[in-house]
Design a binder for this molecule. Structure first.
Ligand code: HSE
Length: 312
């Protein structure tokens, strides 16, 4: 059994337009690197965090990764010291599942160090505890794809029921991360508590259509279904240039475009890497007109989720 393990936990796109708090998928990049080590004693210690300019707390009880690993140890009834190093390789507050990657990656690494007492899927509730302290809601639409990979649907929360969905091989994602920070907590607070019945019908019809399109590998149906009539109209007001970015992606041939998670990142699903590259570039050029810098990422759907990259 290893004493030290390093894992890669990928960024994710949650909601995927019509699947608020239910649907998500994993990217190949960006992502976090987490190192976990067995240490003497029974404390969870975060010895180092890099790549976030000192914005994240080192105290395990205030850190999403620390809280998640503590919840795992408590549930297993194991008294074991674990040291964590968190290397952030993606922006915080970007809508790309940064806190989920750290929580999921840390729990996955700790579980491996302990001899894998739980299956990957069984780790979700512990990673969700990290989400609870990150934004006040223990949602799983980021942690599920980050851990498990591919497209995941959280069909039910109580009890947790997560379904891994198929997807067409030529599906690529273009992501633009405008350099403004929106905290998930704030982006959830602005949402209306009541939904019009017509909008609810449109939304669940599109979610059904999208899932059917993924199963059938039907790009036209995927394109027709990538619409969010409930959350995007409100949240997009927080993202400078959103309408222009979206128009640029669609003009580039994207199947659809919406907000990634709680924003400010915006994603466009595309058929083929060339279209995704073009969409990313055009989104970035359009955002530049608003005087905002941005990062762009182009990635196929990551079927693996969190993986071990080193152990000794
Ligand atoms: N489903 C969540 C939201 C994802 O949109 O608030 C953000 O972490």
């Amino acid at each position: 059994m290893a004493d030290s393990i390093t894992v890669f936990a990928p960024a994710t796109v949650a909601n995927v337009a019509c699947g608020f708090d239910a649907l998500g998928f994993a990217l190949h990049k960006p992502g976090d690197k987490i190192v976990a080590r067995l240490i003497s004693g029974n404390e969870v210690v975060i010895s180092k965090i890099t790549g976030e300019e000192g914005k994240l707390p080192l105290e395990a009880d205030r850190n999403t990764a620390g809280v998640s690993v503590k919840a795992l140890l408590q549930k297993l009834g194991i008294q074991q010291g674990i040291e964590l190093e968190i290397h952030k390789q993606m922006p915080l507050g970007s809508g790309l599942g940064s806190s989920s990657a750290s929580s999921g990656g840390a729990v996955f690494a700790a579980n491996e160090l302990l001899g894998r007492p739980l299956e990957k899927k069984e780790l979700l509730p512990f990673a969700m505890e990290g989400e609870r302290i990150a934004c006040g809601a223990a949602h799983a639409d980021n942690v599920a794809p980050s851990l498990l990979g591919g497209f995941t649907l959280v069909r039910n929360y109580h009890p947790l029921d997560v379904i891994t969905l198929p997807f067409p091989e030529d599906l690529f994602c273009a992501v633009i991360h405008p350099h403004v920070q929106i905290l998930t907590e704030d982006s959830r607070r602005v949402l209306r508590r009541r939904v019009r019945m017509e909008d609810a019908i449109t939304q669940w019809s599109n979610l059904g259509g999208l899932i059917s399109g993924l199963y059938e590998k039907d790009y036209d149906r995927i394109a027709a279904s990538l619409t969010d009539v409930i959350f995007e109209p409100i949240r997009s007001l927080l993202i400078p240039g959103f309408d222009q970015i979206k128009a640029a992606a669609i003009q580039s041939g994207a199947l659809g475009c919406s907000i990634s998670g709680s924003g400010p990142s915006v994603f466009a699903l595309c058929r083929g890497s060339e279209t995704a590259e073009k969409a990313a570039k055009n989104m970035q050029d359009n955002l530049a007109d608003f005087g905002l810098d941005s990062d762009i990422y182009v990635s196929a759907i990551n079927p693996h989720g969190t993986v071990i990259i080193d152990e000794n």
